[in-house]
Design a protein around this ligand. Structure first.
Ligand code: UD1
Length: 363
């Protein structure tokens, strides 16, 4: 079976990696890896291919940054040519970024079956670009691999036939399991002079937080308090850096002594950093899942989550941007950290299950 596999942005790389390894282990597949080039900086892209031992992409569309419409359109134009040249049996997309929806659209219009890994997640918030990408991708998909029970329910409610839905577990957790030991060799704690469980990690990149100075300002008021208690390490997404440089918000961050603004980290360094954090504050999707597996308290700086299992069973708390809520949740995380348990099938073998299903599939 010839399958084109699509990745484009940082959160895709840890999902595509175990699949590329699983095809090889299973045999009988001709996987082609297409990188759309949505993320292109070394720190957002190249380091991950190294850290995760992903084979270099067979094709790179090099689309780069642009508005949503232009970026999506550029990916579609480039990907259509790839499809016509390679004539795959199926296209596999992961996650919820613009590359995911763009390539699903192209494939389905060429009547090539679409496989979506990490299907069914819903925040219910259509102001999030990722929510639109999820809805459209799932509608177009022929095989939908789901990470948590809410995903199955969401898809059934939207009328997706049960025969297309497979609860396979979480491929991102496959990657975490595989590289956990290697991440322990990272020197990041030494180089930042940090002691285990005595610092917090912060990540912020969602438009709803970083494009709105008022919200950002609100978040900073409580981050200011936290950094007076323990160092807060903030590997800054390029979008956040660009949005805050020279602004009052940016200047306020620069003025906080214990808030350490650093460049984005590679996978292994970041995994080491989160593993030993006292608490993680983030608006990311994937970090909610990784902290659940690591048993590290996570405060999600968003009003909603598409990953409710991390709250129901894991170590995640949804706190939005309300300083009071964040303050209280932080105290709870430090003084009485949640125990949490491992969600069903987040066992490091999701890619293996997906590939076994693909073997039996007749597209
Ligand atoms: C994208 C995804 C988001 C994911 C995030 C992880 C969509 C809609 N969003 O958001 O779901 O959580 O990736 O990082 O697909 N930039 C660089 N270098 C890069 C990439 C981006 O400097 O390698 C800067 C550019 O100024 C760009 C901005 O970051 O305009 C935003 O990048 P983009 O890929 O459009 O969206 P993200 O915010 O990264």
């Amino acid at each position: 079976m010839k399958i084109i596999n699509v990745c484009g942005a940082r959160p895709n790389f840890m999902k595509i990696a175990p699949l590329m390894h699983a095809y090889k282990a299973a045999g009988g597949f001709t996987p082609i890896l297409v990188h759309t080039g949505q993320h292109y900086d070394d720190k957002m892209n190249h380091w991950f291919f190294n850290d995760l031992q992903i084979p270099p992409p067979d094709i790179n569309l090099e689309v780069g940054s642009a508005s949503h419409a232009v970026q999506t359109a550029n990916i579609m134009k480039g990907f259509e040519a790839v499809m016509l040249e390679h004539q795959p049996d199926a296209v596999l997309v992961v996650g919820d970024v613009n590359s995911t929806v763009a390539c699903a659209l192209v494939a389905s219009k060429l009547c090539v079956p679409v496989i979506h890994v990490e299907a069914g997640l819903r925040s219910g918030d259509r102001t999030m670009p990722e929510e639109i990408n999820r809805l459209v991708t799932d509608t177009l998909s022929d095989l939908l691999f789901v990470t948590e029970p809410s995903g199955v329910e969401n898809l059934k409610r939207e009328g997706i036939p049960e025969s297309k839905i497979h609860f396979a577990g979480n491929v991102m957790i496959d990657t975490l399991h595989k590289f956990q030991a290697r991440a322990e060799e990272s020197k990041i704690l030494d180089s930042l002079e940090l002691s285990k469980k005595a610092y917090a990690v912060l990540t912020l990149h969602r438009p709803s937080n970083v494009d709105d100075p008022e919200t950002f300002e609100r978040l900073l008021s409580v981050i200011d308090e936290i950094q007076s208690e323990m160092p807060v390490i903030f590997p800054m997404h390029p979008r956040t850096r660009a949005n805050t440089k020279g602004t009052p918000v940016g200047n306020r961050m620069e003025g906080m002594q214990n808030l350490r603004l650093i460049e984005p980290l590679g996978y292994l360094d970041f995994l080491q950093l989160t593993t030993h954090a006292a608490c993680v504050l983030s608006d990311s999707g994937g970090i909610q899942e990784e902290t659940t597996i690591l048993g590290v308290p996570c405060l999600t700086l968003r009003e909603n989550t598409e990953r409710p299992v991390t709250i129901d069973e894991g170590t995640n708390q949804l706190v939005g941007s309300d300083p009071d809520k964040i303050r209280k949740a932080f105290r709870r995380a430090i003084d009485n950290p949640p125990k949490g348990k491992i969600p069903h099938l987040w066992d490091g073998r999701a890619a293996e299950r997906i590939v076994a299903t693909l073997k039996k599939w007749n597209p």
